[in-house]
Design a protein around this ligand. Sequence first.
Ligand SMILES: NC(=O)c1ccc[n+]([C@@H]2O[C@H](COP(=O)([O-])OP(=O)(O)OC[C@H]3O[C@@H](n4cnc5c(N)ncnc54)[C@H](O)[C@@H]3O)[C@@H](O)[C@H]2O)c1
Length: 374
Amino acid sequence: MKVGVPTEVKPDEYRVALTPAGVRELSDTGHEVYVQSGAGDGSAIPDDAYAAQGAQIVADAAELFGVAELIVKVKEPQPPEVSMLEPRHTLFTYLHLAADSTLTRGLMASGATCIAYETVEDTRGRLPLLAPMSEVAGKIATQAGAFMLEKPLGGRGILLGGVPGVAAANVMIIGGGVVGMNAAFIALGMEATVYVYDRNIDRLRELDIAFGGRADTCFASTLEVEQRLPYMDLVIGAVLVHGARAPRVITRAQLGLMKQQAVLVDVSIDQGGCFETSRPTTHSDPTYEVDGIAHYCVTNMPGAVPITSTYALTNATIPYVVHLASAGVVGAITENPGLKLGVNVAGGQVTYVPVAEAVGVAYVAVDDALGVAA
Ligand SMILES: NC(=O)c1ccc[n+]([C@@H]2O[C@H](COP(=O)([O-])OP(=O)(O)OC[C@H]3O[C@@H](n4cnc5c(N)ncnc54)[C@H](O)[C@@H]3O)[C@@H](O)[C@H]2O)c1
């Protein structure tokens, strides 16, 4: 198969979807790899490094989309990319469609088969292609929050870990999955006082063991969140319902309960945001204030640390890319039901229930959309 890797065009996105190691895996299994010139620059991977492993370097996105059958990306396609997609293409990337009806309709109109990293599941129902970026984003969330709490940046002016004789800052993390656990570990490492909220009791049990008593685990009822909010310096939102728009966990009215110049970091912003007052921001302009509370809502947090993120992402994606290239979409999703759950759009239809519900279009089963005989 002809596999194409374009340069990411989302603002402040420096990751790339394939490393030279991935090119090597694909070349060794008989596939042709095309990499847009400069695609790896942001991750310090020059064109030559790809070419040395057998990739062909193409000049621009138009040429790449023209030649490739399987297009592997990092972030959701931007409008010029959507306009280059055709029914013969398979797109494999993060999509986050439940929060973006315009993109969903654009992909439907393209006729391409669009597989979302974030809804692919493993045999235990986990999200193997979201997890590595959630690990990165969780760690950045606490770093960013700590920085924003500094007075010159508009924060309260409190040091996350305190000092002897002065109490540490209080950190609330809502959603104790991969993002939440990683955010908590960094906050604990910085010696903050940490509370992790989740609605899944089994998950709270796992976290309790992982933290060894160093952080409190709490059930995320509306009342319990509300009762602790007035004491918090930093709140990190990290909830997820697989594939769906993020549930709202803090309303605008509840901001009034918080200390002035406290900080909110909404990691769930890529799924539409879990605070009522969240709106997407970029690394170049990451924050804004609502009712005296600073908000950080960057949709591609791992994009800021591409030297880490590109490798963490591609370590996880490459087996799926090789499988898709070798077996084709229908073969690969038949052999791997977890990969089938990644197909969000195919044959002009939405093939993932939470996206169909969020966007308000009909759901069509993947097999029907792809015309696979039962
Ligand atoms: N902004 C970014 O750059 C970036 C990067 C990576 C991940 N993310 C996003 O971060 C979010 C979390 O990802 P993850 O990998 O940690 O997911 P996850 O599935 O591992 O964890 C989500 C947790 O949220 C909990 N939850 C669901 N509804 C809840 C509620 N109402 N109250 C409390 N807890 C609730 C779940 O029980 C689960 O434990 C996702 O939206 C993901 O897309 C964003």
